[in-house]
Write a protein that binds this ligand. Structure first.
Ligand code: ATP
Length: 365
């Protein structure tokens, strides 16, 4: 078990800088995810830590030891690639013990092989070839091959992306359980928010080569610190507004994208009358009142019309617009099992917003 520190690393390919003074650490035994859109530099960061790429600037340390000049095979880091990279002509046993043999084999390889296959619940698979394994089994063998060498740090690059949705969910739970049971410090790369939120102790949301926000899954989801984070976490109801007045613990917010609404006063960020703000309303916190007359108009009860319904299985997203605000959009997420009738395209509805569910992303300078 070890602590990984990445200090101010930068990397350019050709003219473009893809990692830009990126700094973070993974604590001993922690599961940390690098989450971000395609091309933001996640894989490059992982490859620098593994030694497969060399940074232009910055340091990588394991337990305080600078490892930047140590070659890949001497770094004691396990790496699992997206395609698992198993040797196709070798059996499970040969794949797993290959690294041990290359290293001069400390201890009994058969004993290590047995122990590691038991950990991933694949005892008896020693003689199979990779083509005789399912995607999930191949994934677990790749994990065995990395773990059998007792690495100090485990790096995983989108290891679940080749599995179907149902199996991916199961593997998330299995992988996390195995990681916790052996307590290995783990850095996991993904562009899938759900995957990062469900597996990680902490998440770094990356944007263009550096950290945009670092926090627990709950913090990243609930308290996005910028529009980029809010957007990436699927929060589409973000608006610019102005604080028109403050009355006790409530603030009237006006916006050119939105009817006037009353919000709770954003206690964590002191605001004054006249401040321009970026705020968000969670789509799961809005209630649709339909037919239109069911709830009378009033504060935070807003007339809207339906543009479309997006059926997502257990939930449905209803995309609406405020008629007096051309191009306005607000999305409401409702459980699909709800007994309330769901409006259709063109229907007039009222949206009920709870004043406590407004969230201030930040002030606009
Ligand atoms: P994805 O989720 O799509 O894998 P990523 O966040 O992991 O993306 P990287 O693979 O780190 O992104 O790539 C970052 C940028 O660097 C991309 O624009 C990519 O094209 C570029 N890049 C990566 N490796 C090289 C290379 N060897 N030569 C030139 N450009 C590269």
């Amino acid at each position: 078990m070890a602590r990984l520190e990445v200090r101010e690393i930068s990397k350019s390919f050709g003219g473009g800088q893809v990692v830009k003074g990126f700094t973070f650490e993974v604590e001993t035994g922690e599961f940390l995810s690098l989450l971000g859109p395609s091309g933001c530099g996640k894989t490059t960061t992982l490859r620098i830590i593994a030694g497969l790429e060399h940074q232009d600037q910055g340091e990588v340390r394991i337990d305080g030891r600078e490892i930047s000049n140590i070659p890949v095979h001497k770094r004691n880091i396990g790496f699992i690639f997206q395609d698992y990279a198993l040797f196709p002509h070798m059996t499970v046993e040969q794949n797993i013990t290959f690294g041990l043999k290359m290293r001069g084999n400390h201890g009994d390889p058969q004993e290590k092989l047995k122990r590691i296959l038991k950990l991933v619940d694949l005892e008896g698979y020693e003689a199979r070839l990779p083509k005789q394994l399912s995607g999930g089994e191949r994934q677990r063998i790749a994990l065995c091959r990395a773990l059998v060498l007792d690495p100090e740090i485990l790096l995983m690059d989108e290891p679940l992306s080749n599995l179907d949705a149902k199996f991916r969910k199961r593997m998330r739970i299995d992988l996390k359980a195995i990681q916790k049971s052996i307590g290995i410090t783990t850095l996991f790369v993904t562009h899938d928010q759900e995957e990062a939120l469900s597996m990680s102790d902490r998440v770094i949301l990356m944007n263009a080569g550096r950290a945009e926000q670092v926090g627990s899954p709950d913090e990243i989801y609930r308290n996005p610190g910028s529009r980029f984070v809010a957007d990436f976490m699927g929060q589409v109801n973000c608006y610019e507004g102005t604080i028109a007045s403050i009355n006790g613990d409530q603030a009237v917010v006006t916006s050119h994208q939105f009817p006037n609404v009353i919000s709770h006063f954003f206690e964590d960020t002191p605001c004054q009358k006249g401040d321009r703000i970026l705020f968000m309303i969670r789509k799961e916190s809005i209630i649709i009142s339909y037919p239109e007359g069911t709830i009378s108009p009033g504060t935070n009860v807003l007339l809207a019309s339906v543009l479309a319904n997006d059926y997502l299985g257990s939930e449905t997203e209803t995309i609406c617009t405020f008629e007096e605000y051309p191009n306005s959009r607000i999305v409401v997420r409702t459980p699909s099992f709800s007994n309330r009738p769901l409006p259709s395209k063109g229907d007039k509805i009222r949206l009920v917003l709870n004043y406590e569910d407004f969230y201030l992303i930040g002030k606009i300078d």
